[in-house]
Structure formats: structure tokens, C-alpha cells
Design a protein around this ligand. Structure first.
Ligand code: 3HC
Length: 311
């Protein structure tokens, strides 16, 4: 029986078809998807914090409303992804508890602080740009609910990237000081955004299996190079530079060669010792505590509804 299910699963993966929640799947497939989708969801929710700090400081009403829309989008992306993760059998309360107790990972990038308004531009252009480069292939992930959630996320993410680029463009055309602010923000976010794609392929324990199961369609390094190639062109339009003077396209290897990245820093950040890890988790715990009354009210209301239906 199990043998039959395994070969049916292998055939679906082999045909590039979708695995749906009710389909039989190997437990390690379920486990790695729950791991990745929940971390992705946590990243969206924690990723709201750096920008939330700048909603009250936005330089104009237009910028404020755009930033609010972006942060709301990210909350929604988190909810789509928790829903997708739940179809694999783990309740979102459990997933949330993993985050609140520091047991769950979320994207390293959000452990860096946003120090001034130009950072909103760099986060939009670089962080959301990296997120798009990583998320577009995930639209074709073999697990149905995940791939479908990504289609919607990617549509909204491209607006996030454009608004970030536009912030940097207006700064780069402003005063000398504004231009320097934009350059400084790019200098600070360049390497951390490249590290979002994960460790180098030869230090990526999950990649081989994830690619065999067609969850991951391209390797960490492949997507990183693709992203670098994109921003290397876009930064010229800004009249600014990437902090990577040896960045070049290797015609033989047909790939972009960027500077070595600081993987010790990366491992340190994902262990919880980044510049902002503690404050991000503390803020998340505080928001969870402050939201308890909403959960209680919703539960009480649902119980009353049930009673009135029964009566
Ligand atoms: N931040 C934190 N942890 C990371 C990481 C990062 N940037 N990159 C890798 N890791 C962790 C992995 O989770 C894994 O640890 P685990 O086994 O305990 O989960 C370990 O480092 C080794 O990495 P691998 O390459 O073996 O792991 P994966 O095959 O899972 O690849 C990944 C890592 C490419 C990030 C993959 O998990 C992925 O594509 N995840 C979905 C995309 C995602 O999470 N994007 C978040 C971007 S931010 C965002 O979306 C918000 C945006 O709207 C601003």
C-alpha cells in the first residue's frame, strides 16, 4: 500500500504536477514544507516591524499611505502562508508559539535596523527585490497551497519593490546629503540582502532534497547571482553604486561574480545575535499579549454563535 502511494507521489513530482493537502506524501516532504512555509510566514510578520517604525516618520502623506499599504500587504502574506502551512497539519497557534519562544527561524534580513528614511527605499528595492527573485520560482513549488499563495504574494511584492526604488530615485535626485543617505542605505543593505538567499550551495543542507521534490527550483547561489545581475543594472539608473567594486559578469562561467559574503555574521544572526533579533521578538511577544483580548472576544463570539445555532 505504502509502496503504491510512494510511486504515485514520485509520478506526480516527476510529471511536474501538484501535491495537494489530501494527497499521500512522505513525512519528510510534509516536514520540510512546514519548516519552510512557517519560516516564510514568520518572515512576513516580523518584516512588518522595520517599516512600521517609519510610518509615523514618513516625509509626506503619500509616502505614509504607501508604506501603510505595504505593511498591511505583509500581514496578509503572513496569513496566506500560515494558512498554507496549516494544510500540512500544524496549527498556526503552534507555529506562532515556535516563533514567540525563539524556536523558529525567520529571514535574517529583519534583524538589521532601519536607521533613516532612505532605508525604506533600500528595503523596498533590495529586500523586496530579493524576496521577489526568491518567490517567483516558488509559484511553481510542487505543493499546491504554497505555489498558489506565492502567485498572489508576488503580485503585491512587485509594487513594494517599485515604491522602494522610487524613494531612492527621488533621494538620488535631491540634495547632495539626500544622495549620500541613499548611497549609505544601499551600502548597509547590499550584503544582508544577498544573504537572504541562504548559504552557499555547498553549505545548504536542505537544497538537494528540496530541489528533488521541486520545492526549490533554483539553488541559493543561482538566485543570488540572478538578483545581483538585476540590481547591477538598476543601480545605474539611480546614479549610485553597489558596495562591490569587483562585481562583474564572468562571460565564461556565464555568471555574476560578487564579493565574498560574511557567512559568520549570517550564522550569528540566524542564531539570534543580530543587531535587532531581541527587539524584534520582544515586539512580537508584546503584540501577541496586546492582541489577547481580540482572540478571546472572537472565541466567545464563535461559542455564542454555536449556541444560538444549536438552540
Ligand atoms: N534567514 C534565516 N534563515 C535562513 C536564511 C535566511 N535568509 N537562509 C537560510 N536559512 C536557514 C534555513 O532555514 C536552514 O535552517 P533550517 O533547516 O533550520 O530551516 C539553514 O539556514 C540552511 O539553509 P538551506 O539553504 O539548507 O535552507 P533552505 O533550503 O530552506 O533555503 C531559503 C533557504 C532559500 C530561505 C528557503 O527556505 C526559502 O526559499 N524560503 C522561502 C522564502 C523566504 O522565506 N523568504 C523570506 C524573504 S523575506 C519576505 O518574504 C518578506 C518580504 O515581503 C519583505
Amino acid at each position: 500500500e505504502e509502496q503504491q502511494s510512494q510511486s504515485r507521489f514520485d509520478a506526480l513530482i516527476g510529471d511536474d504536477s501538484r501535491i495537494e493537502p489530501r494527497d499521500w506524501m512522505p513525512e519528510p516532504y510534509r516536514k520540510t514544507l512546514t519548516r519552510q512555509i512557517s519560516q516564510h510566514a514568520h518572515s512576513e510578520i516580523i518584516g512588518m516591524q522595520p517599516e512600521a517604525n517609519w510610518i509615523t516618520r514618513a516625509p509626506s502623506l503619500k509616502r505614509k499611505s504607501i508604506l501603510m499599504a505595504k505593511v498591511q500587504d505583509e500581514a496578509g502574506h503572513g496569513l496566506y502562508l500560515y494558512s498554507a502551512a496549516e494544510t500540512l497539519g500544524t496549527e498556526r497557534d503552534e507555529l506562532n508559539d515556535q516563533l514567540l519562544t525563539g524556536r523558529a527561524k525567520y529571514s535574517s534580513i529583519f534583524n538589521y535596523t532601519a536607521r533613516n528614511w532612505a532605508d525604506m527605499g533600500a528595503i523596498g528595492w533590495l529586500v523586496d527585490g530579493a524576496a521577489i527573485a526568491n518567490q517567483v520560482p516558488l509559484c511553481r513549488a510542487s505543493y499546491g497551497p504554497y505555489g498558489r499563495a506565492m502567485v498572489r504574494v508576488c503580485k503585491e511584492e512587485s509594487f513594494h519593490q517599485r515604491q522602494g526604488f522610487e524613494i531612492l530615485l527621488s533621494l538620488s535626485r535631491g540634495t547632495e546629503k539626500q544622495k549620500q543617505m541613499a548611497q549609505d542605505a544601499i551600502n548597509r543593505f547590499y550584503e544582508p540582502s544577498l544573504m537572504m538567499f541562504g548559504p552557499p550551495d555547498d553549505q545548504s543542507p536542505n537544497s538537494a532534497q528540496s530541489m528533488a521534490w521541486k520545492i526549490k527550483r533554483f539553488s541559493n547561489d543561482e538566485l543570488r547571482q540572478r538578483f545581483v545581475g538585476m540590481i547591477a543594472e538598476q543601480v545605474k539608473v539611480l546614479g549610485l553604486t553597489l558596495p562591490d567594486e569587483n562585481l562583474h559578469f564572468d562571460e565564461e562561467k556565464k555568471q555574476w561574480i560578487h564579493k565574498d559574503l560574511n557567512w559568520d555574521e549570517f550564522m550569528n544572526v540566524i542564531k539570534g545575535n543580530g543587531p535587532a533579533n531581541a527587539q524584534r521578538l520582544e515586539r512580537r511577544r508584546e503584540a501577541h499579549r496586546e492582541g489577547a483580548w481580540v482572540r478571546e472576544a472572537a472565541t466567545a463570539y464563535a461559542a455564542k454563535q454555536e449556541q444560538s445555532e444549536v438552540a
